[in-house]
Design a protein around this ligand. Structure first.
Ligand code: FRU
Length: 463
């Protein structure tokens, strides 16, 4: 599994399509795999939704609900779903043409379960730029048109359409702004409401060029007027500072709510991770919100509230003084992962949370007061030898300037997601211990006081 694709909410179902090669656990001819959920937590995998054809592999893209049937694909007065995706033609690639990535569409009249490719594909032809992909389409009501946000090598090009079939170029963005360590991929454009005013967010994944090496997703906040996107300033911001959240975009058709999912891996080692029979997973679904800090807007990411559906019995510890270290796994009856650990530290002093097992493998998550950053260290987390950059320590800056710290850590057997500073600083990391971590310690060299600690185990989602 690679990038999430075509995320759409329709008739009570969250669809999650994804880059998928069914014949091997390494990248190959891409299909759109398919999974569905009614609650963002319990998922069911369905048959492959879209297969490659003579126009090429099925690369990343999006799905929209065509409520007004602008495409004419609908039947019986019911709105069709329309998928817009890149087709990657390997013959053209090998012949060194520059035109091997083109945009195609497909439609569904059974709520996303089966798809028919449009016979006029491709609908947006490549003008001669080798990287020309990952269309994210949304309805721009104020202009009564569809807007496609497309990653084009080192920038974004916006296109518009009345019918999803004929596309016209509107503008370009980003050649001289943002992180450019590698090619731009998988963009997303959407609006937040800021007291009745629209504030626009543009997500752009970059491969490589992330804040901690390898791939990551940056974002810009600004204005979009139906033609051009104008950022409020030139600051580069990151949706997730950890190494393992890439190509993430948001659901369409969820109203005011913005739900984000990313691919929980990194192109530096995504094909090398030591798993068997399966490879890769998605991040937890996250709610995105807009937050203003001084004169700056930021996006906050927090795990969706639906996780409560699988919450087990909580343990709460009101006050812990951490010096000497505190063995939380002793204080919590039946400690195990997956689980969520939340707590507050009154002052931003150095401390760490250490997950470990009897083989002395460990993962350390903490805050460093001198360096003023959060960090996750997976140097000794277990198997790390499959790629040289994997065994590292990664950092994220606090953003709000708050003097206290509130952390939410959601740890599974092979991944951790850290939400700090109200979701302004987020880090996702994967790891491969030889045995599951069954111990967790709180450590600090200072006399820090932790309050309101809750431990919430999660139930298995598979019946
Ligand atoms: C990002 C990406 C996309 C492309 C897809 C191909 O991970 O490179 O740009 O559409 O993967 O699998």
């Amino acid at each position: 599994m690679y990038d999430p694709n075509g995320m759409v909410y329709f008739n009570g179902i969250y669809h999650l399509f994804f880059q998928y090669y069914p014949a091997a656990s390494v990248w190959g001819p891409m299909h759109w795999g398919h999974a569905i959920s009614e609650d963002l937590v319990h998922w069911k995998q369905l048959p492959i939704a879209i297969y490659p054809d003579k126009l090429g592999y099925i690369f990343s893209g999006s799905v929209v609900v065509d409520s007004a049937n602008t495409s004419g694909f609908g039947i019986g007065g019911k709105p069709p779903l329309v998928a817009i995706f890149t087709q990657h033609d390997t013959a053209g690639e090998h012949a060194h043409t520059d035109t091997f990535q083109n945009q195609s569409i497909a439609y569904s009249n059974d709520g996303g379960m089966t798809w028919v490719k449009y016979n006029g594909n491709p609908v947006l032809k490549n003008p001669g730029i080798s990287d020309f992909r990952d269309p994210k389409v949304m309805w721009y009501g104020a202009g009564n048109k569809w807007i496609m946000t497309l990653a084009v090598k080192d920038h974004i090009t916006f296109y518009s359409s009345r019918d999803l079939k004929n596309w016209k170029e509107e503008s370009e963005f980003g050649k001289d702004i943002g992180a450019h360590g590698g090619v731009w991929e998988c963009p997303d454009l959407f609006a937040f409401d800021d007291n009745g005013k629209q504030v626009w967010a543009l997500l752009v994944s970059v491969n490589p060029g992330g804040p901690n090496g390898g791939t990551a997703t940056q974002y810009f906040i600004g204005e979009f007027n139906g033609t051009t996107f104008t950022p409020f300033n030139n600051n580069t911001k990151w949706i997730d500072y950890g190494p393992d959240d890439y190509a993430g975009v948001t659901y369409s058709n969820t109203g005011e709510r913005r739900i984000f999912i990313g691919w929980m891996s990194n192109w530096s080692y995504g094909q090398l991770v030591p798993t068997e029979t399966w490879r890769s997973a998605m991040t937890l679904p996250r709610n995105l919100n807009l937050m203003r800090i001084g004169n700056e807007f930021y996006i906050t990411s927090n795990p969706v509230v639906e996780l409560n559906y699988i919450a087990g019995k909580q343990t709460t510890i009101n006050k812990i003084t951490v010096n000497p270290p505190v063995d939380l796994s002793q204080q919590i009856k039946n400690f195990r992962l997956p689980a969520k650990i939340d707590f507050d530290v009154a002052q931003a002093k150095s401390f760490s949370v250490v997950f470990s097992n009897e083989n002395k493998e460990m993962l350390t998550i903490g805050y460093d007061e001198t360096a003023k950053h959060y960090y996750i260290n997976r140097k000794e987390s277990g198997e790390t030898s499959f790629e040289k950059s994997f065994a590292g320590e990664h950092t994220a800056p606090p953003i709000s300037g708050a003097t206290n710290i509130h952390l939410t850590i959601i740890a599974d057997v092979s991944s951790v997601e850290l939400f700090a500073d109200d979701g302004l600083s987020v880090m996702t990391e994967i790891f491969f211990p030889s045995k599951p971590y069954d111990q967790v310690q709180l450590q600090s060299l200072e006399n820090i006081e932790i309050s309101g600690l809750t431990y919430t185990p999660f139930k298995n989602i598979w019946k």
